[in-house]
Design a protein around this ligand. Structure first.
Ligand code: HEC
Length: 158
C-alpha cells in the first residue's frame, strides 16, 4: 500500500512539472511571456554608457553593477556604501530627472560618498550611463523606471 501511494505521488509530481513546462513553454512560443515587453534600447548609447561607467563609476558601484554588500546599513559616520545598480538595487525606482540630479550634484546629505559629476560628464554622458543600466534590468524594472520618468516629466510641466 505504501509503495503504491509513493508511486502515485511520483507520477503526480512528474505530471505537474510537465504541465508547468507546457504552460510556460506555450507562452514563450506564442511570444507572450508574462509581464511587460522589454524596452527597445539604443545599443550605441548602451556601449557609450558602459565605457563611461567603467571609467568613472565601476570603482564604487562594482564591475557588474553589484554595489557593495551591506549597502543598506549606514556606516558609523552616517554615510552609506555604494548601492547596486542592477535589479537588486533601487536605482530603477527613480525617474531620469532624479537620477541625473544625483549624478550631477552627488548624493543626498552633506557627507554622501557619491561624488558630483556635473563638472566632468555632460547630460548626454549621464543619459548614456542610464541606458547602460537599463541593459542590466528586466522588462519589469525597465518599464517601472520609464513610468517614473514620465511621472517626473508630467510633474515638471505646467
Ligand atoms: C566614490 C564612490 C562612488 C563613485 C565613483 C560613484 N558613486 Fe554613485 N553612489 C555612491 C554612494 C556611496 C551612493 C549612495 C548614495 C549616498 O550615499 O548618497 C551612490 C549613489 C548613486 C546613485 C543613486 C542610487 C539610488 O538607488 O538612489 C546613482 C544613480 C549613482 N550613484 C550613480 C553613479 C554614477 C552614474 C557614477 C559614475 C558616473 C557613480 N555613481 C560613481 C558612490 C559612488
Amino acid at each position: 500500500m505504501i509503495g503504491s501511494k509513493f508511486k502515485f505521488a511520483q507520477v503526480l509530481g512528474v505530471a505537474l512539472v510537465a504541465g508547468t513546462v507546457a504552460y510556460f513553454g506555450a507562452g514563450l512560443v506564442a511570444g507572450q511571456p508574462s509581464g511587460p515587453p522589454a524596452l527597445d534600447l539604443d545599443e550605441d548609447l548602451v556601449a557609450r554608457g558602459a565605457e563611461i561607467y567603467v571609467a568613472s563609476c565601476a570603482i564604487c558601484h562594482g564591475a557588474n553593477l553589484q554595489g557593495v554588500p551591506n549597502w543598506k546599513i549606514p556606516n558609523e559616520d552616517g554615510t552609506f556604501n555604494p548601492p547596486p545598480q542592477d535589479v537588486s538595487g533601487h536605482t530603477w525606482h527613480h525617474g531620469d530627472a532624479t537620477l541625473l540630479d544625483i549624478i550631477t550634484n552627488g548624493g543626498l546629505g552633506d557627507n554622501s560618498l557619491m561624488p558630483a559629476f556635473g563638472g566632468e560628464l555632460t547630460e548626454e554622458d549621464m543619459l548614456a550611463v542610464l541606458e547602460f543600466f537599463r541593459s542590466y534590468w528586466g522588462p519589469t524594472e525597465q518599464q517601472f523606471q520609464r513610468e517614473a520618468t514620465l511621472r517626473e516629466e508630467g510633474a515638471q510641466s505646467p
